[in-house]
Design a protein around this ligand. Structure first.
Ligand SMILES: [Zn+2]
Length: 641
């Protein structure tokens, strides 16, 4: 025994302990044993374990033969992830995003203080193992996870980063590929061609996000408000940022260029090239970085670790990248950050954040915080949110290091529009079109996205649109020459899609065919009526026409006498927008029906009040009904001009 429960093994360079305790770390540091202690964690727990390969024996043998010694297998990586989550519960949490085709775990480690809580800290994500035969990425990530955990409390930089950031290490995107030592997943699809942004069905992809492995990483990225994303690959040695699908620079190019330069310069590579993926690599559609940028506005790049996909020394490239990984976590908090809240209630508001001409970032719907990596200097912010008045022209300055803090308070208003582009296919004319997908978002503003001849786009409306009497959504076209398209709806971003109808120019659609829906797909009719610039349907906006309740905007002093015991509705009569105020805030179900008894609006209310928008309905008499616990209250609302 060396000291404090640490034993020397039969091999001189290995030490063992039965159970890791945090105070042991301090002993290791004191006695200079940190390195040997790490070796235990790398190999001790899983030593002697044979890979349980569910594939053929032949593949298994081939796989084992191709991997140089010292690399961790899929099983060992999962075991280490479990071990870290078990031994460092205060800073490490294992999150599973489903399983691969062959049933292997798709796993991320969240490393942060209070890992069970979603805090307002900047979030950063690294992934590895997208191509199963490129073994360096996953290896780096599991080693990095271990070093972060062991460094917490012992290393000032690591402790500070874990305390101030939410670090996500998505360990192995394609575990089946790794086990079979194949680039592809078990369905022989190249996962880095399957992300649905500017999808072209290359690499065996059968549709946008057609594989469980791509859906899993997609869901992880869409569920968080990451500011920075790095995807590890091998086969080259470079940092390659979006766009990969087209030659033209992405609007966020200055941010991409700066962050990848900073990565290259803080790494220990003697030279690491960085540049646009299309240019320094080759044209690729459906890559994860184009998806992360195109749908979520992340600052991101693919980091090709080594020309050799399976370098003999597993530590060499980890050592080259380790300082840059720490630095990028630090810089993931640079740029702009803030919290978007409701001006009346102070509650977080789900919002889209536009800076300058860059792609929009999305805030955390739970906490309302947003983070976008930006180059230093002067910028201008616009914040949009469904049910709120847009705020724009907010100037701020990003310091040389660190973040500008801009908290935004939004005033309730009406208007609900598509808020995120999830997927798209653009068939032709790339060079002559700006392909600005965010043009399809928000209210009609003559900033539009041309679908391309026969192209399509899938939009998230941000909320489920109920099927109500008459039309439920409207599609707006930019320009005066009507162009043809088809409109589909679904409750899932992955379909199946129900055709609502065909449109030409502005048109409204009824969800009576599909039922309620959250996702809208619009397909150009492919009649080639427009070629060259702005080919295909020019989509400006998609509006949710159904009435919504948003939080109350009027001050309580505006309030007239209560209409009943539970609630006040004012003004009543009114011209379209009514305030619903609960005298005693409680969890209540509120609904409005017309004279025929058909329900028009249903909402669950938890706050003190809400805005009831009946402006899309004809003047007349409506009835409301409020249920809270055993108390039911009904009354009349008169809408007139
Ligand atoms: Zn790769």
């Amino acid at each position: 025994m060396i000291k404090g429960g640490i034993f020397q093994s039969q091999r001189e360079d290995h030490y063992l302990c039965r159970k890791f305790r945090k105070k042991m770390l301090h002993r290791c540091v004191q006695t200079g044993l940190i390195l040997v202690f790490l070796l235990f964690h790398l190999t001790g727990r899983t030593q002697g374990r044979q890979p349980t390969d569910s594939g053929s024996t032949m593949t298994s043998c081939r796989s084992a033969y191709l991997v140089p010694p010292g690399y961790h297998s899929y099983e060992e990586i999962i075991a280490l992830a479990d071990s870290l989550a078990e031994h460092f519960p205060s800073i490490c949490r294992k999150v599973q995003y489903g399983t691969s085709i062959e049933g292997r775990e798709l796993v991320a480690l969240k490393i942060s203080d209070n890992p069970e809580i979603n805090e307002t800290e900047p979030e950063v994500i690294f992934d590895g193992g997208c191509h199963g035969d490129e073994i360096g990425g996953a290896e780096n990530l599991i080693r990095f996870a271990r070093d972060l955990c062991l460094g917490y409390g012992a290393d000032t930089l690591i402790t500070g980063l874990i305390d101030s950031r939410e670090i996500w290490l998505y360990l192995m995107v394609n575990p089946d590929g790794r086990v079979h030592m194949s680039r592809f997943n078990a369905s022989m699809v190249d996962l880095n061609r399957d992300y649905g942004f500017m999808d072209d069905l290359s690499g065996g992809s059968t549709g946008p996000y057609s594989q469980p492995e791509t859906k899993a990483l997609r869901n992880c990225i869409l569920d968080h408000c990451f500011s920075v994303y790095i995807s590890y690959h091998s086969g080259m040695q470079q940092a390659a940022y979006p766009w990969a699908y087209r030659k033209e620079s992405a609007p966020d190019m200055p941010n991409f260029w700066t962050l990848s330069k900073n990565y290259a310069e803080t790494s220990l590579y003697s030279y690491l090239e960085y540049g646009q993926s299309y240019t320094i690599m080759y044209q690729t559609n459906g890559m994860s970085v184009d998806f992360a940028y195109g749908t979520a506005g992340l600052c991101c790049f693919t980091l090709e670790l080594s020309v050799d996909k399976r370098p003999s020394d597993p530590l060499q490239y980890y050592a080259l990248n380790y300082p840059a990984m720490l630095e990028i976590i630090r810089q993931s908090g640079w740029g702009v950050e803030g919290v978007v809240t409701d001006s009346v209630t102070g509650a977080p508001v789900e919002a889209s954040v536009y800076v300058d001409y860059f792609y929009p970032a999305y805030n955390d719907p739970g906490n309302g915080d947003f983070h976008k990596y930006l180059i230093p200097g002067h910028h201008t912010l616009k914040v949009t949110a469904n049910g709120y008045k847009t705020r724009e022209g907010i100037a701020f300055t990003v310091p040389g290091q660190g973040a500008a803090i801009v908290n935004i308070s939004l005033t309730p208003d009406s208007g609900w529009y598509a808020r995120r582009v999830l997927s798209c296919y653009f068939p032709e004319d790339k060079p002559v079109d700006e392909c600005y997908t965010p043009g399809a978002l928000g209210s009609p503003d003559n900033i539009f996205y041309s679908l391309g001849n026969g192209g399509w786009i899938i939009l998230d409306m941000g909320d489920t649109i109920p099927d109500m009497e008459g039309d439920d959504l409207a599609v707006y076209q930019a320009g005066s020459q009507p162009e043809g398209y088809r409109c589909y709806a679904s409750t899932s971003m992955d379909g199946p899609w129900t055709l609502l109808g065909e449109g030409s120019g502005n048109a409204a659609f009824d969800l009576n065919v599909s039922g309620s829906a959250r996702y809208i797909k619009i397909t150009d009719d492919g009649d080639n009526s427009s070629s060259g610039a702005d080919a295909g349907f020019d989509l400006d906006a998609v509006k949710d026409l159904t009435p919504h309740l948003t939080s109350v905007s009027s001050a309580p002093s505006d309030r007239p006498h209560p209409a009943g015991n539970m609630i006040s509705i004012y003004p009543n009569p009114g011209t379209g927008q009514f305030t619903v105020h609960y005298n005693d805030p409680s969890d209540a179900r509120f609904s409005v029906s017309d004279l025929t008894g058909r329900t028009l609006v249903t909402m669950q209310l938890t706050g003190p009040g809400a805005l009831l928008d009946l402006s899309s309905f004809p003047d007349g008499v409506y009835f409301y009904r409020s249920e809270a616990g055993r108390t039911t209250e009904t009354g009349m609302i008169l809408k007139m001009h």
